[in-house]
Design a protein around this ligand. Structure first.
Ligand SMILES: Cc1ncc(COP(=O)(O)O)c(C=O)c1O
Length: 364
C-alpha cells in the first residue's frame, strides 16, 4: 500500500463547494486587496490563536522580516536563530539590516531552548527567532526569561498548543505561513503576523502597506506584502476545521507509537505540556539511508528536509564562520520525515512501521 508523505487533498475535498462559493463571492464583490475577507480572517485568526491582533501578509518569509522590523530590529542588531529549520527563518533577518547569529538546538525536541540560545547572546542581540519546528512548540517563556524578546516562527505550528495556549500567542509576536502544504494551507502564498502588542501591530499594518496608513503619506520604507482577498476567503472556510485536522495529526503520531516504530527509530519528542499539531513527522536514525531506501521500495513518502543546515548553506557561510553546532549537524545527518497528515490511518502507520522494521534492528 503506497503511503504519500502528506495528503492535502482529502481533508479539503468535503469543503470544495464552500470554497468555490467563497471564491465566487470575492469575484462578485470585486474587492481583491485588503477587503472584507482579509479583515474577517484577521479577526478570526487572532481569536483562534488568542492574540489581540493578526495581520495578513503575502507569505511567511515576509511575515518574519516585517515582524522583526516592527519589533524594532534594525541595522547593527543581532537576531539569534536556529540553523536546523527552513532557510527562510534566517533568510528573513538580513533584510532588516540585522545579522543572524546561529544557535544550536536540543537533541530531543530539535528546537531552541534557553540553554542553546544563551551562548549566542551578545549585547547586540535584539531578538530571538524561536522556530516551532515540525509543529512542536519551543519553550518561549524560558527563552524570554533570558531578557530578550522572542519572535515565534509558527509557520509549521498553527493548531499546536502548550498548556492550553496556542503557538503564536506565546512571544512578543509570531508569524505564520499559509503555503499550500502547511497545516492551514492557502491555494497559493500567504502569511500572517500575530501579536498582542498594539504598537507592534500598528507598525506591521503600515509596513505591509508601503509604510503608510493611507497611500498618501509614507512614514517608513515598507513593503507591498498583503494576504490577498481570495486566499483569505479560502482560509476562512478552512480555519474552523483546523482543530479537527490537528487532532488527526496527533492521532497519526499515536498510531506510529502504537505500531512500535519507536523500537527501530528515534521518534520526535513533544516539549513539556505541548500538544503538537505535527506538521511533519520527523524521525531520526543512524542508518537513515537504508531506511530511506526501504521506504522508497515500499512506495512510502519520505524526505530529508534540512540535510544541509542553514549555517552551512552557501549564502550564509560568511555569516557563520566560527559557528560550531554539533547537535544541528547530527540532526541534519540523521533526520527523515515520514508520512503525516490529518487523515493518515492506523493501517498506513502500521505499513510505515513494518517497512522500517524490516531493515532496522530494534534499538536495544
Ligand atoms: C519554519 C518556516 N519558517 C518560514 C517559512 C516561510 O514561509 P513561506 O514559504 O510562506 O514564505 C516556512 C515555510 O515555508 C517555514 O517552514
Amino acid at each position: 500500500m503506497p503511503v504519500p508523505l502528506f495528503n492535502t487533498s482529502d481533508p479539503i475535498a468535503p469543503l470544495r463547494e464552500r470554497i468555490d462559493a467563497a471564491i465566487r463571492g470575492v469575484l462578485d464583490d470585486q474587492r481583491y486587496i485588503l477587503g472584507p475577507n482579509v479583515a474577517a480572517f484577521e479577526r478570526e485568526l487572532a481569536g483562534y490563536v488568542g492574540a489581540r491582533h493578526a495581520i495578513g501578509v503575502a507569505n511567511g518569509t515576509d511575515a518574519l522580516t516585517i515582524a522583526l522590523r516592527a519589533m524594532g530590529v534594525g541595522a547593527g542588531d543581532e537576531v539569534v536563530v536556529p540553523s536546523f529549520t527552513f532557510y527562510a527563518s534566517a533568510e528573513a533577518i538580513p533584510p532588516t539590516g540585522a545579522r543572524p547569529v546561529f544557535c544550536d538546538v536540543d537533541p530531543d525536541t530539535m528546537m531552541v531552548t534557553a540553554e542553546t540560545v544563551r551562548p549566542a547572546l551578545t549585547p547586540r542581540t535584539r531578538a530571538v527567532v524561536a522556530v516551532h519546528l515540525f509543529g512542536n512548540v519551543a519553550p518561549v517563556r524560558e527563552i524570554e526569561a533570558l531578557g530578550v524578546p522572542v519572535l515565534e516562527d509558527a509557520a509549521q505550528a498553527v493548531g499546536s498548543t502548550v498548556d492550553g495556549a496556542h503557538a503564536g500567542a506565546l512571544g512578543t509576536a509570531a508569524t505564520f505561513s499559509f503555503f499550500p502544504s502547511k497545516n492551514l494551507g492557502a491555494f497559493g502564498d500567504g502569511g500572517a503576523i500575530a501579536t498582542s502588542d498594539d504598537a507592534i501591530a500598528e507598525r506591521v499594518r503600515m509596513l505591509r502597506f508601503h509604510g503608510s496608513h493611507d497611500k498618501v503619506t509614507y512614514e517608513h520604507v515598507g513593503y507591498n506584502s498583503r494576504l490577498d482577498e481570495l486566499q483569505a476567503a479560502i482560509l476562512r472556510v478552512q480555519l474552523p476545521e483546523l482543530d479537527r485536522w490537528a487532532n488527526g495529526r496527533r492521532a497519526a503520531a499515536r498510531a506510529y507509537e502504537e505500531a512500535g516504530l519507536g523500537d527501530v527509530v528515534t521518534l520526535p519528542v513533544a516539549t513539556a505540556g505541548a500538544a503538537p499539531a505535527w506538521h511533519l513527522y520527523v524521525v531520526r536514525c543512524e542508518r537513515v539511508d537504508e531506511l530511506a531506501a526501504a521506504l522508497r521500495a515500499a512506495e512510502i513518502g519520505h524526505k530529508a528536509y534540512y540535510r544541509v543546515p542553514i549555517h552551512r548553506q552557501p549564502a550564509m557561510l560568511e555569516l557563520a564562520q566560527s559557528v560550531d553546532l554539533p547537535v544541528t549537524d547530527d540532526l541534519a545527518r540523521t533526520h527523515l520525515a515520514i508520512p503525516m497528515s490529518p487523515v493518515l490511518t492506523v493501517d498506513q502507520a502500521a505499513e510505515v512501521a513494518s517497512a522500517a522494521r524490516a531493515v532496522l534492528a530494534p534499538v536495544s
